[in-house]
Design a protein around this ligand. Structure first.
Ligand code: F6P
Length: 411
């Protein structure tokens, strides 16, 4: 290998919908901040730009379809050549963003990139539920618009199967990282050559990064009025007007996706926000459902104190660790909340703005995921209904700002 210390080729590897493009743009964004000139060469985008004919149908990806293979190879070659040119000129890092799942394709990259050190990053994620949700987000692409939702999903899955049939996992390549892209966890790491910028790249790969997270609590509900916990009640008039106020506040920002719980009150809060956006979808995640208060569901705190005094007293004594009989405690919510956050970050891909509409206990747990709080203080974090938290958690910036939004007035 003829290594040039200032230049690096990165080739992504993995089946479709495994988070490759998200990881590639996360790398690019962070490297650019360090003045390391980085560019992404994405085969899918180039294919859609160059080819007039429809290339979204599954047979195009059949390894037995010679014409499809030839066209895809052509696209790959154009991108490799463009990436090389970029490195020959001003670029420091060129990222080849494509599936690159077969040894054949990778050997081609190895041969053509031989002037520069080369790192493969393989993205894995076998969580069926998240893949399903991720595929649903992919089929929004214009190339699937002529199909019904079911046919588009079916078509995309067939495409994945074709790629799977030629998939060789990384093994003999000189430099590679295998990443669990849902959990930002390195599963295997082989680095045999000196690679420029690798220490930084490795760090970015394992760090959760959130550019703008708007964490909102649902508007006022009928249960809130009576101080009742849990349940699935609707928003009151005031709650609906809080949701409208949020919608107006955010209308000039781009919110491509709003994550809610399964509960009526969070979805009713998200709806008006979605309405005032150009392209926005609501994704309910059960991981963000409010704490299950078991035998106390739908009771008011006063009723619990009166009818179940021992529950009331024990919870007061150690609110974080107390688990409602037949329900949950903050301590037992931890795992599902962490999973919900991972899911939301994964599904929002490269979106700069992410919104979560959650509940009081849920939002406390989400906040404490990004901002350290002693466990015993988490169940008391202030989560109002007329303000929201703006969170930024990147490698070079941390921000936790409680912001007020103006009440909605019809005039
Ligand atoms: O009262 C609203 C609510 O979201 C309930 O559904 C939930 O049980 C409670 O807040 C959580 O807050 P705490 O842990 O302080 O009781």
């Amino acid at each position: 290998m003829n290594g040039n210390p200032e230049k690096l080729f990165i080739a992504m590897v993995g089946l479709p919908a495994r988070g490759k493009s998200t990881i590639a743009s996360k790398l690019k964004e962070n490297l650019l901040k360090d003045a390391i000139k980085t560019r992404i060469f994405n085969n899918g985008k180039l294919r859609r730009r160059l080819m007039r004919e429809n290339t979204s149908y599954p047979e195009f990806y059949n390894p037995g379809n010679q014409e499809g293979v030839r066209l895809r190879e052509k696209i790959a070659l154009i991108n490799i050549e463009r990436a090389k040119k970029y490195l020959e000129n001003e670029g420091n890092i060129a990222i080849l963003d494509a599936t690159n799942v077969s040894s054949n394709r990778r050997n081609l990259i190895i041969t053509l990139a031989n002037k520069y050190p080369l790192l493969f990053i393989e993205c894995m994620n076998n969580d069926e539920e998240i893949l399903e949700a991720s595929i649903r987000r992919k089929i929004i692409l214009p190339e699937f618009q002529h199909l019904s939702e079911d046919s588009a999903i079916h078509s995309f899955k067939q495409r994945i199967d074709y790629y799977r049939s030629i998939y060789n996992t990384l093994a003999k390549e000189r430099n590679f990282v295998r990443l669990d892209s849902l959990n930002n966890k390195i599963l295997k790491e082989e680095i045999r050559d000196p690679l420029p910028y690798y220490d930084r790249i490795r760090d970015f790969l394992v760090t959760d990064s959130v550019r703008n997270l708007f964490l909102i609590r649902h508007g006022e509900t009928y249960f809130n009025l009576e101080n009742r916990i849990g349940g699935d009640s609707h928003l009151t008039e005031k709650g609906r007007s809080q949701a409208m106020a949020l919608a107006h506040y955010f209308r000039k920002k781009t919110i491509p996706v709003i994550f809610t719980s399964d509960k009526t009150r969070t979805i009713e809060t998200a709806e008006p926000i979605k309405q005032l956006q150009e392209h926005c979808s609501i994704i309910p995640l059960s991981e963000f459902n409010e704490i299950d208060s078991g035998v106390c569901e739908a009771m008011s705190y006063e009723e619990i104190k009166e009818k179940m005094p021992s529950i009331y007293a024990s919870r007061k004594l150690d609110k974080y660790n107390y688990v409602y009989p037949g329900g949950e405690g903050y301590v037992t919510m931890q795992e599902r909340i962490d999973r919900g956050i991972k899911k939301a970050l994964y599904l929002s891909g490269n979106a700069g703005n992410i919104m979560i509409v959650g509940h009081r206990a849920v939002n406390r747990m989400i906040l404490s995921h990004f901002l350290y709080r002693r466990k015993e203080d988490v169940p008391y974090i202030y989560i109002p209904q007329d303000k929201f938290y703006h969170i930024i958690a990147t490698q070079d910036k941390k921000l936790f700002q409680l912001k007020r939004f103006e009440p909605f007035s019809k005039s």
